[in-house]
Ligand binder design. Structure first.
Ligand SMILES: C[C@@H](C(=O)O)C(=O)SCCNC(=O)CCNC(=O)[C@H](O)C(C)(C)COP(=O)(O)OP(=O)(O)OC[C@H]1O[C@@H](n2cnc3c(N)ncnc32)[C@H](O)[C@@H]1OP(=O)(O)O
Ligand SMILES: [Co+2]
Length: 156
């Protein structure tokens, strides 16, 4: 009679061999909005809507300056281009007043999630996890493979 532990480890290794999904999708971490004027947009959420907002954070490795708008159940990430090669410059060219740029969903294991997505033919926009605004590993999935929505995964 196989002990419970042996049975469990056998099932787990079978799941690993079958590449079964060994990670979990979590909360909506943030909705990112690209804005042409960061001060004006920050004032709108803070003064007009009464939201609690963070200070500005320059992230040269991402080519953006961010301000986070803290909501009870998620956050808005206000994005403004930083530097010559900002990945959001093209987006703002096309959307002069700004617009929703991406969504960010939490995962418990970024590398397992990246492998599942790559195996499913979803294009990863960074081959290795990068460190995002919250100091956590992140990956971006190509919008064309995600219903037209640029999708960021953050390991939480
Ligand atoms: C700090 C961090 C954090 O939260 O921790 C962040 O969020 S950093 C946030 C900033 N970093 C990133 O966004 C990194 C990932 N983003 C990228 O690599 C880029 O933005 C791409 C998604 C590859 C798009 O680049 P770019 O605009 O230069 O390319 P492109 O103009 O040729 O666009 C290629 C196609 O993608 C579409 N496209 C472009 N940006 C899009 C967006 N935000 N949402 C949905 N579709 C988008 C275009 O319409 C076009 O579609 P058609 O081909 O149909 O015309
Ligand atoms: Co983001």
């Amino acid at each position: 009679m196989l002990s419970r532990r042996v049975l469990q480890s056998t099932c787990l290794s079978a799941a690993r061999r079958s590449n079964a999904k060994l990670w979990t999708l979590g909360r909506l971490n943030h909705v990112a909005i690209a804005v042409p004027d960061l001060d004006e947009s920050t004032a709108f959420y803070r003064d007009t809507l009464g939201a609690e907002v963070s200070g500005k954070d320059d992230l040269p490795e991402h080519g953006v300056t961010t301000v986070f708008v803290n909501l009870p159940n998620t956050k808005l990430e206000l994005l403004h281009p930083l530097g010559e090669k900002s990945p959001i410059a093209g987006f703002l060219e096309k959307n002069k007043k700004g617009g929703i740029h991406h969504i960010c969903i939490e995962v418990d294991d970024i590398r397992a999630a990246m492998k599942s997505c790559a195996d499913a033919g979803i294009r990863l926009l960074n081959k290795e996890p990068k460190i995002g605004a919250h100091g956590k590993p992140i990956v971006f999935l190509h919008p064309a493979d995600c219903n037209g929505v640029l999708t960021e995964l953050e390991e939480a």
